[in-house]
Design a protein around this ligand. Sequence first.
Ligand code: PLP
Length: 395
Amino acid sequence: MTDEFEFESLLSEEARHRAAPGLLVSASGAPSDIVADLLVGQPAKESLPLQAMVEAAKNTLPDSPEMLLYGRRQGSIDLVDVVREKLRLFEGLEVDPEQIIITNGSGQGIDLTLRTFANRNQPVALDEASFGALFVRRVSSYGFHIPWDTDGPLPDALEKAISEQHPALFYTIPTFQNPMGRTTTLQRRYELLEVCRRHRIPILEDDAYYELHYDGNRPASMYELDGGSGMVVRAGTFSKILGAGIRLGWILTSSSLADRILPLKADGGTSPFSSALASHFMQKHMEKHISELQSIYRTRRDVMLEALDTYVGQHATWEKPNGGFFVWVTLDQPDLVGNVLERCRAQGVLIRSGTVFRVDGADLGSIRLAFSHATHDQIRAGVEILGQAIKTSTQ
Ligand SMILES: Cc1ncc(COP(=O)(O)O)c(C=O)c1O
């Protein structure tokens, strides 16, 4: 057998700084013999419009050789127009095509925005627990978290942290937050914008779940409240409304900032093939499809909340999310998280520990349950096993 090539000592600074492999979240799907996959924010299988995508391919491919050629760096013109139409339809927002960049999922848009503003030696401010920790670890050595209350990030804490640590930007997920499920109130959004404006701190608004709204109010985006000055970059995605495998998302900001972000994007143009299929599907089905998704996920959320009441009851606390894919559960005995998750895993229930949402790996005593992908029965079975694991660990 050939000796393994020793590459560790040859790695670039960037590769060396990246998170250890064990810390990364794998989106590669769970093994088939598990009881419940409550791990990854994947869409429900029945929400995937497989047949309609076959139709889209049949209708577009024969007359569109450009689908198999390199694309524009800014992304497909048709897909930019789909995003503009979505903004008009759902939010009454009018934006210019130059304000939008199509990306390989919103993940690429987030990475580009972070790299536009942050050097490795500059800190990035994040929500108390944040999906963004996965991205920030890659670009900055010094992320830090801003505490939340039920209305969102605390403006005083943000202001203090800005004065002391001078972050390159504030990365927040204000709507149906991942993992906490909360939504920053309108009033709090104004306050945060005011703090950032005063200190000239750009905001990355990660808005992956905006369309998946089940009840209650959904405040205007930070992008809209700011008025499109370029202080806010808003990242959106087709992963949750069409399918994560399509790998398409977008960023929206002022056209002049988009011009400065675009040169960092070096990918031969976001897939013209995926973009043509997504455009064709969305032009025909967007409104109806999103309304069907809302109904699918509203029911799943309710199944999970009912199961939590029944099986976990007094041993933990959680809130009802008005949208998105997750319920954030905080154990009454926070030090039991590792033990509880180990027991769940041994019985085929996959759940994400809250620690991955912290750049410092702090244990908040919380776990994130995804209700998006598992069936109703799997959700019930998974939460029942979780309840037993908590009770056994407590004894
Ligand atoms: C809050 C949030 N932002 C961004 C993403 C990235 O998704 P994608 O790159 O598939 O658009 C996700 C995916 O789970 C997410 O939950």
